[in-house]
Design a binder for this molecule. Sequence first.
Ligand SMILES: [Zn+2]
Length: 318
Amino acid sequence: VTSLLPWPPSYLDSWKWAGARQLLQRCRQLHVGRALPSTLLLLGEPGLGREAVAVELACSLTCREGGAEGCTCTSCQRVRRGIHPDLAVLDVQPGKSDIVIEQVHQVVEDILQRPYEAEQRVFLVASVHTPPLNAHAASALLKTLEEPPSHVTFLLLAANPSRVLPTILSRSVQLHVPPPQHGELCDLLCRHHQLAEEQAEELLAAVKDASLALQADPESAPSTVATLETLLGDALNGDVLALLRLASQSKRDPATAAMTTASLLSLASSSDARDAERFLDAAAALITSERRRSALHLDPESTVAGTLARLLRQAASG
Ligand SMILES: [Zn+2]
């Protein structure tokens, strides 16, 4: 079944996770009691349940057969494929970096239209972070968010409320999509990265952040963690070649800086006191420079290589 929604199919499976199912159940109850707020902000990391909750909720809101969990009626199937006429998804268009104002104008005009088939029309905004929803586009949406027609529900997605404009926040009800439980995440990693269970556990132990684990290079993920630790150990012992390899690795994979930090912390926990201190110093320096890098939009390579080179010079001179 091909999906026209802007997410990979693996994103849409995760409504089966315990936390997401509970949240959906609550929303369905509110909907039946006509008490579901008209503008919901679903908070969670991409791919970890929020898209699935939004799509399954859209199914329930438009279903004509009661909208129970996992309903497979024609209407619900069309919602899941992104081809239901009463579901619209607002997302950045190919080749653009922002949601453009014309798209928002289209939505604002569109929602006045009665539903085609269902009792509700659902508008799903794939990310209300700024960007891609810039202040200009957001302000065009505000009045509609505040008083949408009774046949309209807005489902807005975001990872971090601090990247959402206060004017949007104040007009929506925030719902946190619970993250997957350990076993659920492990299972997802096994399927997503085609890993054996022990490898998935190893990756999770090395990278505590679930979304980071999912973004890690599918094929070399577990070996990357091991390689990183070896390279880091060598680099901090003055091996310039290891430092260069580390830098080139971080250029290929933007998640490397965070994984490097995780590896440093893991090395620190298994080293003697003197080495542990150096690894902890390096991790702290890396976190600081990574923050600076993202604020200044610098190349990831410059963070890892620059920080480690500085530490090497310090080690050599001390
Ligand atoms: Zn249905």
